[in-house]
Design a protein around this ligand. Sequence first.
Ligand code: NIG
Ligand code: FE
Length: 408
Amino acid sequence: MGESRNQWDGLIVGASLATLDGAHGYGAIENGALGWKDGLLTFVGPRDALPGDPITLADEVIEAKGWITPGLVDCHTHLVFAGDRAGEFEQRLQGASYEEIARSGGGIVSSVRATRGASEEELLVQSLPRARALIADGATTLEIKSGYGLDFDGERKMLRVARRLGEKLGVMVRTTYLAAHALPPEYAERADDYIDAVVEWLPKLHAEGLVDAVDAFCERIGFDAAQTRRVFEAARALGLPVKLHADQLSDGQGAALVAEFDGLSADHVEYTSEDGVKAMAAAGTVAVLLPGAFHVLRETRLPPLAAFREHGVPMAVATDCNPGTSPLLSLRQAMQLACTHFRLTPEEALRGATVNAAKALGLADRGALKVGMRADFALWDIDRPAELCYWLGGRLAQAVYASGRRLM
Ligand code: NIG
Ligand code: FE
C-alpha cells in the first residue's frame, strides 16, 4: 500500500519547450510538459497530452513559466589553465597583434609557464569558477582541451583536472588532447621532435582514460599540415576522433585535412576555402564557430557562412573559453556574438549550441528534447527563444538540469 513509486522522477509543466527536434525551426511546444526518470527524458509534449494528472505521474512536479531548451553544449573550451593574460589584452589594445605577442614568447607559452607551475589542486581551484559560470548560463556538457602543459606531466595534469571538474560539478566533460597547441621553449627549432613526443604521450594518456578526442593548432604560429597529419594518424591508430583549430589566421587547408580524417569538427574556420567547405560537407565535419576569439582579436574576416549553408555543413557555436583570445564565460554570450558578428539567426545560434555542438563532440544522446535523450535542459526566464541571443549578460537561466539532477 502506497509503496508504488511514481512513474517519473520529475515533471515540469507550463513552460514552453524549444525541443530542436527536427531539421528546422525551434520545434516549439507552447504550454509544454517535460518528464524524466533515471536521467533520461520520458515525456516531451504539450501539457494537455500528459497521460494523467501530473501529481500522479511524477515524484516532483514543478509549475514553470518561460522556455525550456536542451542543456547547452560548449564543444570547444580551454578552460583549464592557471593565471590570466590581461596584460596581453592591454598590449593588444596598444597595437600589438596576437601573432607578434606569440612570437615574442608570450601568448599560449605564457599560459604554459603558469599552468606548469600550478599543482593539480591549484589548477582545479582556478578552473572551477569558469566551469561554474558556464553552467550557470545553461551549459550541461563541456569539452575541455589540454594544451597548456606541453609536456607529459602538464598535459596529464590538465586532463585529470578536466575529468575532476565533470565529477565535481555533475556535468559531462569531454576531454580533448591538444598537446600540439604550441611549441614549448625546450623544443625551440625542433617542432618535428616535439611532434614525436606528442605522438608518444598520447597512448599513455589514453590508457589512463583521459582522452576522448585529439586536436591540433594547424597554423603559421602552430604546426604545419604534415605535423598535424602525424598527430591525426596517432589518434586514428587508437580509434580516437579528431578535430582541428583550422584556418583561423590564414588558409592552411586545415578544414580539408581534418575532413580527410573524417574529423568531428573544424574549428574557427575564418579562412576556410570553398574546397575546404565541400570536403567538410562530404565528411560530415561540423564547422565550430568561435565568435569570442573573433571579437577579442578584432578580426574582420568572416567564416564562409554562405558556403556552409549552401553545402549543408552543420554550424556549431562555442565559447573557446581561454586566457588569450577568448576569456568568455558564457555560451549564451557566444551565441549573441555569433548573431551580431556572423549574422547567424538566433535559431541557428541555438542549434549551434545544442544539437550541432553535440554532433561536434560525436554525442547522439543530447542536444534536443526528445524522449530517450539525456535529461539535460535549462529553464529560461524569457518570452521567446530569440531573447537568448538578444540580451547581453544578465541572468536568464532559472534552473539547469543535467541527467535529471538540478545543478542550479
Ligand atoms: O582557440 N588558436 C589557438 N588556441 C586558442 C588560443 C589559446 C591561447 O591564446 O591561449 C584559440 O583561440
Ligand atoms: Fe581554441
